[in-house]
Design a protein around this ligand. Structure first.
Ligand code: COI
Length: 334
């Protein structure tokens, strides 16, 4: 299995990345280049005005050696939406898919065996050098796809995560949370680091004004033996691909699924009787064992991973790893 279980998520990059650049209204033919350096102007738009967005998807090496990416189309579509929100040149979906395929193909030998996976990180940055372009979208851009063999993002094992419920601060600017952009992660980082330092929390559940949105790196789910709930999509948080997949799987398994506004008070009431979990490509579905709110610690169950969380997570992993049939057509052979 290698040491993917313990190695920090994303710490190893395979040697080559695939790129395509945009200039004079044209995207270049994709090509492979070394993944350990990049030549851009210190005045590049991205370095000053944060014109950048990215995606995170995974590919799995099945037991027969074949490699399959999970919900690639949905990730590509979200990347194009993020590009539009950031006034970046919007790459055609077909091009993004081709650059992803090229990166995975070049890294084929480095795709680890299950339960590890290849994490694929398409990234788009504004590259034209102009420090005066604060009021103008990037006119030149680079699309590049990094690939990294990974194990679990959260390394808590069978222990549930500890999350801090934050009812005042926003994770990011209202209306912009649905863009997958570094700025959104940057704006929540200070609070997340403070929560780690002072409360030993793994994540913050942002619920500004008492309405649950998401954590810094994952969507939030409430789970009970018959019901699965998650906040309804707004422009204020990321529309997770794993979130969508889990909702659809839960419905197929007979759970009543609800996408609606969830208050911080409801989430706290949920602690007494049911389960909370965080979803994302990196997180998969990670159970929460403890919620800290206003200095009070609420333990869920025995502080471990709840049975509904474990069952739903397993249903997802079974499809991704080829153990269960891909009835919804979510996998693309690479
Ligand atoms: C993902 O789940 O793919 C993400 O982008 C989260 C990231 C912070 C690792």
């Amino acid at each position: 299995m290698g040491n993917w279980q313990t190695l920090p998520f994303g710490a190893v990059l395979l040697e080559q990345m695939a790129t395509s650049s945009y200039r004079d209204g044209q995207w270049s033919e994709p090509r492979l280049v070394p993944s350990d350096r990049m030549d851009i102007s210190p005045a590049a738009h991205v370095l000053h005005y944060s014109s950048t967005c990215f995606e995170g998807l995974k590919a799995y090496r099945w037991r027969d050696g074949s490699i399959h990416a999970f919900r690639m189309d949905m990730h590509v579509a979200r990347m194009c939406r993020s590009a539009a929100l950031l006034c970046l040149p919007e790459p055609p979906a077909e091009l993004v898919a081709r650059v992803i395929r090229m990166a995975v193909d070049a890294g084929r030998a480095g795709v680890p065996d299950l339960p590890a996976a290849l994490y694929i990180r398409p990234t788009l940055i504004g590259t034209n050098g102009s420090i005066g372009s604060a009021g103008k979208g990037a006119e030149e851009a680079l699309l590049y796809v990094l690939v990294s063999p990974v194990g679990p993002y959260f390394k808590t094992g069978a222990k549930g995560l500890t999350v801090l419920l934050e009812q005042a601060a926003w994770r990011t600017t209202p209306g912009f949370g649905m863009a997958k952009t570094g700025a959104n992660y940057a704006s929540s980082l200070r609070r997340i680091m403070q929560a780690k330092r002072e409360q030993d929390a793994d994540q913050i559940v942002f619920a500004p004004g008492g309405i649950v949105q998401e954590t810094g790196a994952a969507n939030v789910f409430l789970l009970a033996p018959e019901r699965v709930l998650t906040p309804a999509k707004t422009e204020d948080f990321l529309h997770g691909v794993t979130r969508d997949s889990l909702l659809r799987l839960a419905a197929r398994q007979g759970y009543r699924t609800e996408e609606r506004q969830i208050s911080a008070d409801e989430l706290l009431r949920w602690c007494a009787t049911s389960e909370i979990a965080l979803s994302g490509t990196a997180a998969v579905l990670a159970g929460v064992g403890t919620v800290i709110a206003d200095g009070v610690t609420h333990q869920l169950g025995d502080g471990g991973i709840g049975p509904v969380t474990a069952r739903l997570r397993q249903a997802l992993v079974d499809i991704q790893s080829g153990t269960a049939a891909d009835e919804l057509g979510w996998l693309t052979e690479m």
